[in-house]
Write a protein that binds this ligand. Structure first.
Ligand SMILES: NC(=O)c1ccc[n+]([C@@H]2O[C@H](COP(=O)([O-])OP(=O)(O)OC[C@H]3O[C@@H](n4cnc5c(N)ncnc54)[C@H](OP(=O)(O)O)[C@@H]3O)[C@@H](O)[C@H]2O)c1
Length: 167
């Protein structure tokens, strides 16, 4: 049986906005008995079941005080965090991604794989790390099953405009 929120005590960090705020609202709607709302900024909520906690999750003192102030807890949602979007039109941001493999090593990896008759090519160390998962995965298995259904057919001669059919 899946656990229910009804009657539970839940602590949400980063509760003042975004996903954290939505979690608080939904936990209350689902009947949570107590919602501890951890925030960096002063915070108030009109529902009496909500207990604000001053909680910067990088501040050990505040984490300790929050732990001491919470009587009992069923669910902790450690939601607080930052999610930075890089501007992909910014070349500098792109270059901070990952170290790039040299064009020469990638080109060799591609052509080596072509010559070995490999269907899927992972020509640099970053992509090579994904190769095993891809080869052993369900998408590849489906591809193999579908390929086995097809019988190789010669390519039909196509008429060339003005020259009749090719031989
Ligand atoms: N939204 C997405 O698509 C997405 C995707 C992957 C992962 N996530 C993760 O999901 C979580 C919530 O995302 P969101 O979109 O709701 O983010 P958001 O709107 O930026 O809200 C982040 C929340 O975390 C709080 N926070 C940040 N650093 C904190 C700290 N040191 N101590 C306490 N609170 C802190 C913020 O408080 P302040 O208001 O004080 O800044 C804010 O309440 C984040 O951890 C994010 O990395 C989100």
């Amino acid at each position: 049986m899946s656990p229910t929120i009804d009657g539970k005590a839940i602590l949400v960090t980063g509760a003042n906005r975004g996903i954290g705020q939505a979690l608080v609202t939904e936990a209350l709607r689902r009947g949570a008995a107590r919602v501890y709302a951890g925030t960096r900024q002063p915070y108030a909520h009109q529902d009496p079941r909500v207990t604000p906690l001053a909680l910067d999750i990088t501040n050990e003192g505040q984490v300790g005080a929050a732990a001491a102030g919470v009587e009992s807890l069923d669910i902790l949602v450690n939601n607080a965090g930052v999610f930075l979007f890089d501007d992909l039109s910014d070349r500098a941001a792109l270059e901070r991604r990952i170290p790039k493999a040299s064009p020469q090593s990638v080109e060799q990896g591609i052509l080596d794989a072509v010559e070995k008759g490999e269907d899927d090519i992972f020509p640099d160390p970053q992509s090579a790390a994904l190769a095993h998962g891809w080869h052993a995965g369900p998408a590849k298995a489906l591809e193999r099953q579908n390929a086995a259904l097809l019988q190789p057919q010669p390519i039909a001669s196509q008429p060339v405009p003005g020259k009749g059919a090719r031989q």
